[in-house]
Design a protein around this ligand. Structure first.
Ligand SMILES: NC(=O)c1ccc[n+]([C@@H]2O[C@H](COP(=O)([O-])OP(=O)(O)OC[C@H]3O[C@@H](n4cnc5c(N)ncnc54)[C@H](OP(=O)(O)O)[C@@H]3O)[C@@H](O)[C@H]2O)c1
Length: 322
């Protein structure tokens, strides 16, 4: 089968198209024929050896796709060949991916393969931060960093659906328009404006109740400044670099909370997975949750897609066609 491979650590330049054997079924495994593959920002960390899962060379990048089940292991009894599914698991930049049962999500009829590939990680990450790690309430002020990216757009829509007032940050006027289009009430260009001062101003000096931060170094410390009393900052990525240490007294002074979040902790909990999927699918069905496709590339051009997402010019999700 065709796949994108890499056999040394590095940026987009280490990836190359190649041929590898189709994966063999293992107990608990589901073999999926990928129709659409999603690019995640974390894929760029994986090829550099900076993701929580380390590559084993030669390895295949990718952690999200949608397609049709080709075969299931004998101990997988609730999924059948021919079913349309989404996958969250390693090695999706390929024609076929072998995936553990708990990482396979049957796709409802109303979801295309494009949305099936583009939404799972973004919607589950956003949903569980807003509903599991935090409980977003009507009227809350929620600040979403990089609000025109895939997770950002999903977070804006889910927070709005919960009745929150959403303030997005973005790095360009084009992205500001996108964030507003998907429901952000206010948008701050954090390249040209001090987002913490703006967030304070937009909340009449009170500050925001929740910040979703996957930028890290440039935003984390300033975020603490613009949290309201009892405010909560969730760090879930580091696109701009890892943040420095924090002074716990800064939390103590205003009863603040700082959390971290990584989605893989949700997969192993069937009940949490079910709650997130049920509610996110409801929002999709009601037309209140979607992610725009900001670029479509042939699988062989995965390196170009990585350069695009790293350039900060991408909007929504980039996808690869095998
Ligand atoms: N913890 C988890 O389980 C989890 C799950 C999914 C994603 N994530 C994280 O969430 C973030 C969003 O993921 P995504 O796949 O949806 O990507 P994305 O938002 O589509 O792209 C990343 C965005 O980060 C922003 N950014 C800020 N500083 C940057 C820099 N120095 N270089 C590049 N980008 C920078 C850019 O938006 P602006 O131009 O508007 O600043 C860029 O568009 C990533 O940091 C990712 O690692 C975490």
């Amino acid at each position: 089968m065709k796949a994108i491979l890499f056999d040394r650590l590095g940026g987009p330049e280490v990836m190359y198209p190649g041929e590898v054997p189709k994966p063999a079924l293992r107990p608990g495994g589901v073999l999926v024929h990928n129709r659409v593959i999603a690019v995640n920002f974390a894929d760029t960390f994986f090829t550099r050896g900076e993701y929580i899962v380390r590559p084993v060379f030669p390895d295949i990048p990718g952690m999200e796709s949608a397609g049709v089940i080709e075969a299931v292991a004998p101990d997988v009894t609730d999924l059948k060949p021919g079913m349309r599914v989404a996958c969250i698991g390693m090695g999706t930049y390929a024609e076929y991916t072998l995936i553990g049962r708990s990482r396979v999500i049957p796709l409802p009829d109303f979801m295309s393969f494009e949305q099936g590939a583009a939404l799972p990680i973004a919607m589950l990450t956003a949903w569980h931060m807003l509903n599991t790690l935090h409980t977003v309430r009507p009227g809350d002020n929620v600040l979403v960093h990089s609000a025109a990216g895939a997770v950002g757009i999903a977070a804006v829509q889910i927070a709005k659906a919960a009745g929150a007032r959403v303030i997005g940050t973005v790095s360009s006027a084009e992205k500001a328009a996108i964030a507003r289009q998907y429901g952000a009430d206010e948008v701050i260009d954090y390249e040209t404006q001090d987002f913490a001062a703006e967030a304070k101003r937009l909340t009449g000096g009170r500050g925001v109740d929740l910040i979703l931060d996957a930028v890290g170094k440039p935003t984390f410390a300033r975020g603490l400044i613009c949290l309201a009393t009892f405010g909560h900052l969730i760090l879930f990525g580091r696109a701009g670099g890892a943040p420095g240490p924090i002074d716990p007294m800064k939390l103590f002074e205003r009863s603040l909370k700082v959390s971290g979040f990584v989605l893989p902790h949700i997969y192993s909990n069937r009940e949490l997975m079910r709650r997130g999927l049920d509610d996110a699918f409801r929002l999709i069905r009601e037309g209140r949750l979607t992610v725009p496709i900001g670029g479509t590339y042939p699988l062989a051009e995965a390196a170009t897609a990585h350069r695009h997402v790293m350039s900060r010019s991408s909007i929504g999700k980039l996808i690869l066609m095998p």
